[in-house]
Design a protein around this ligand. Structure first.
Ligand SMILES: [Zn+2]
Ligand SMILES: [Zn+2]
Length: 409
C-alpha cells in the first residue's frame, strides 16, 4: 500500500520551516563547482538529523558530493532522487537577509533543490515501512560547470545498490515554456526535450607579439583573428543550418592582451552552442572550428580548438505518465502545467538520463505579489520559498507510487 497523499501533504507542510532554514543556510554559504564542501557537511548533518544511519551516508568527489541510502521493504530495486547543490561565481546583489557575501551566489535555485530532496528524504525515511524499494539520494556538485554528474557516475554513485531509474527537477518561475506557473505548481515537458544539449568551445588564436605602434607589420595579430572569427562563425547559424532545426550560438568570452600598446601572442574566444539534437550540436561545433581555422590561416596565425557537446535531458514516457498522477495527488490536476515550448537551458542531469529511465519536473517558485523576478544566473535572482514543501511532497509521492509499480505490489 502506497503512502497516503493527505498524510504526505500534512507532513510536508509541517517540515516546510525546516526546509526553509536549510535552504537559507546553504544560500548564505554558496559554493561553486567541485568545492561544495561546507554545503556537503550541512547535507550530511541534516540527513543524520532525519535519522538516516551514518553508515548509509557517504561523501563523494573528495567531500563535495553526498549520497545516502534509504532502505525500503525489498532491495531488488532502487530509485534515485537527485539534487544539484552548486552555486555560481556571481556577486550577489539581492537584499535578502541571508544573502551570500563570499562572491558566490545561488542564482539558479540549487539551494532549494537541496532543501526539497532533504524534505522528500524525511517523508520517505519516516514512512520506509510503506516504501517498496530502496531509494538513493544524490546531492551533486558542479552542475553549472557540466561535470558533477559525469564524475559522480564515474565514482560509482549508480552502483551498490544498482540504481534502476532516477528523478530530477529544477526550480522555475513563469517563462516562455510555462507562461502561467503559479508558486508551488508543477511543470513538465512532453515530446520536447526537458533541457537542451549543451555544447561548448574554445578557440585560441596564436600569433606573434610585437609593438602595437612601431611595428605591427612585424607581428601576427591574434586579436584581429579573434574579432574576425566572432563575426564569421554566426554564418553557421544563418547560412548553413536548417531554420526548422533550432539552435543557439553565443560567444560569451573574448580575451587577449594585457597592454594597450602590445600586440599579444594569443587571444581566445569561447562560447556555447545549444541544440535539441546532439548531432546538430556536433555539426555546428565542427563548422565553428573550421571557420576559426580558416580565419587564423588567412591572417597568418594558428589555431588551437577544443569543443564538446552533451545530450539533451530525456524522460521515460511510462514514468512521466505515473508522475503526473502522483503530482496531481499533491497539488491537484489544475496545478500541473505542460510546457508549450522547449527551453535552451542545459542540465547535466542528461548524463543520468543517457543511461537511466528518468522523470524530470519543474517546481514553480514564482512570486505573485508583484515582487520583481529576474532570470536564472542574474545577480538579483530570487525565488519564492513559500511552497517548496510541494516539491518535496510530489517527489516523495512519486517515489512511493513508482516503487510500488516497480515491485508489482
Ligand atoms: Zn544554472
Ligand atoms: Zn540550475
Amino acid at each position: 500500500m502506497t503512502a497516503d497523499n493527505n498524510m504526505l501533504i500534512r507532513e510536508a507542510q509541517t517540515i516546510q520551516p525546516d526546509m526553509v532554514r536549510v535552504r537559507r543556510e546553504i544560500h548564505q554559504i554558496a559554493e561553486t563547482g567541485l568545492t561544495t564542501f561546507r554545503t556537503a557537511k550541512v547535507i550530511v548533518r541534516e540527513l543524520e538529523a532525519i535519522g538516516i544511519p551514518s553508515e548509509d551516508i557517504s561523501l563523494m568527489l573528495e567531500g563535495a558530493g553526498v549520497t545516502a541510502l534509504i532502505h525500503g521493504k525489498s532491495h531488488d530495486h532502487c530509485i534515485a532522487l537527485r539534487a544539484d547543490c552548486d552555486a555560481l561565481p556571481i556577486r550577489e546583489m539581492t537584499d535578502l537577509p541571508f544573502r551570500a557575501e563570499n562572491g558566490n551566489m545561488h542564482a539558479c535555485g540549487h539551494d532549494t533543490h537541496v532543501a526539497i530532496v532533504l524534505g522528500a528524504a524525511k517523508l520517505l525515511y519516516d514512512h520506509r515501512d510503506l516504501l517498496e524499494t530502496d531509494v538513493k539520494l544524490i546531492f551533486q556538485p558542479a552542475e553549472e560547470v557540466d561535470c558533477g554528474a559525469k564524475l559522480m557516475i564515474k565514482e560509482g554513485v549508480l552502483e551498490n545498490p544498482k540504481v534502476d531509474c532516477i528523478v530530477g527537477f529544477h526550480a522555475a518561475v513563469p517563462g516562455d515554456a510555462m507562461p502561467e506557473f503559479p508558486c508551488g505548481s508543477i511543470g513538465y515537458f512532453e515530446d520536447i526535450p526537458v533541457a537542451a544539449c549543451v555544447g561548448s568551445f574554445k578557440a585560441v588564436f596564436k600569433g606573434k607579439a610585437t609593438h602595437g605602434g612601431m611595428s605591427p607589420h612585424l607581428g601576427i595579430d591574434p586579436i584581429y583573428m579573434a574579432a574576425s572569427a566572432v563575426l564569421q562563425v554566426q554564418a553557421v547559424m544563418t547560412r548553413e543550418k536548417d531554420p526548422n532545426d533550432p539552435a543557439v550560438l553565443s560567444i560569451c568570452q573574448i580575451s587577449g592582451g594585457n597592454s594597450f600598446n602590445i600586440v599579444p601572442e594569443e587571444a581566445f574566444i569561447a562560447g556555447t552552442v545549444r541544440t535539441l539534437r546532439k548531432e546538430l550540436g556536433e555539426e555546428i561545433l565542427k563548422r565553428i572550428g573550421e571557420i576559426c581555422e580558416a580565419t587564423a590561416a588567412a591572417l597568418k596565425g594558428k589555431l588551437e580548438y577544443t569543443s564538446s557537446v552533451g545530450s539533451e535531458v530525456k524522460v521515460d514516457k511510462a514514468m512521466m505518465k505515473q508522475f503526473r498522477l502522483s503530482a496531481a495527488k499533491i497539488v491537484g490536476e489544475e496545478h500541473i502545467y505542460k510546457a508549450v515550448k522547449p527551453i535552451f537551458a542545459g542540465d547535466d542531469f542528461s548524463y543520468f538520463t543517457d543511461i537511466l529511465p528518468a522523470v524530470h519536473f519543474n517546481h514553480s517558485q514564482a512570486f505573485e505579489d508583484g515582487t520583481p523576478m529576474y532570470p536564472n544566473h542574474n545577480n538579483r535572482f530570487i525565488v519564492n520559498e513559500e511552497k517548496i514543501w510541494t516539491g518535496a511532497a510530489v517527489a516523495a509521492q512519486f517515489v512511493f507510487d513508482w516503487a510500488e509499480i516497480m515491485t508489482g505490489e
